[in-house]
Design a binder for this molecule. Sequence first.
Ligand SMILES: *Cc1c(COP(=O)(O)O)cnc(C)c1O
Length: 427
Amino acid sequence: MPSKKSRPAIHYRDDILTIEDIPLPALAERVGTPAYIYSRAAMQAAYARYRDAFEGMDALVCYAVKANTNLSVIRTFADMGSGADVVSGGELRRALAAGVPARRIVFSGVAKTREEIDFALNADILQFNVESEPELKAISAAAMAFGRRARIAIRVNPDVDAGTHAKISTGLTENKFGIALNRALGVFREAKTLPGIDIQGVAVHIGSQLTSLAPYGLTFDRIAAFVGQLAAAGIKLSTIDIGGGLGIAYHEDTGPIPTPADLAKLARERLGGLGCRLIVEPGRSLVGAAGLLLTRVIYEKHGGDRRFLILDGAMNDLMRPALYDAYHRIVPVVRTGAPESPADIVGPVCETGDTFARARPMPPLQPGDLVAILDAGAYGAVMASTYNARPLVPEVMVDGGSASIIRERPSHADMMALDSNRAIAFA
Ligand SMILES: *Cc1c(COP(=O)(O)O)cnc(C)c1O
């Protein structure tokens, strides 16, 4: 019998899809569908892989909370010693509320507002990752108003093609992120003259869902050379933030994907001699495979020669297929072994883009049967909307043989209560 440790958190037990020790039909009965279901053990195991990979190096793992901002998810990592990478004032508040120490929080994001900067300065976070010269000046001015200096890194854009989807590629000069490497020295020099700025490091994040190590290698070499250039200009850094971006195996046929250990080894080789603390910001690779979207078939419909499986989950619940043409494995919760035939798997929302998969081999399914969309723990619930007046989907955390609702499904009355008719006074 396989040990409990080696068994994946999400697996078939007697042909019933089970998460840790709980069969999914039992969860569907209690919380309804659609629902996001997460495995805490899978999240903890993913974090442990990063912790172990960077052990012995001066490194801090900062969970990129935008992948899944649920407080229970952030707390799972905070309890293991994780820091956080946040990209908004809202995420910063969530990281703090979930127990991440301020001195382990990095504030990334393309354009921080004065309110966000003030809040972060007050909280005394580890570091602002600055993305432009105007932002640098705004942070300096805000820090001076507090009589303080802000610890910052400057996010550089290494002009490296991450080889990922265009909508999640961030490391090319044509993207809006960071400061082009060939201009960055000047910006560091300027930063050095600003009274509210304490230069701590350099930051980079080249994209998401990377499935090759090569773009990281290129990036690290460019960063190492740049750190040397800075040193020659009298600017000594104490941190290098290498961003996140490691991919997960969404597709059945995905080849081997670099592991945190591969990334750590490369970082040690290329950046280890620079005397800097490394910051790594994984998001997707900590939570993506730990969650699924549990749905039910509403109808099966035949149109022309096509078979449509219409689920109660839709693009507003899980946007990745519509937004990025993303592939997700979609499986029946009860495995029968009946022959499969191609089906278009869609939601009920009034958009052609509300399509999870086309011509996907699926067994016969009846209305009411459960279907799981796998690898939905990252960029799933956080991107959901209420389009078509659909309530946000609840989230459930499974922990061995127990489970908790970690976000409630709002009622229609709750949703309507946010609509108001309150006069705005101008006098
Ligand atoms: C989104 C983001 C991450 C996390 O990316 P993943 O692909 O989810 O690992 C890390 N750092 C920054 C700055 C980001 O914007």
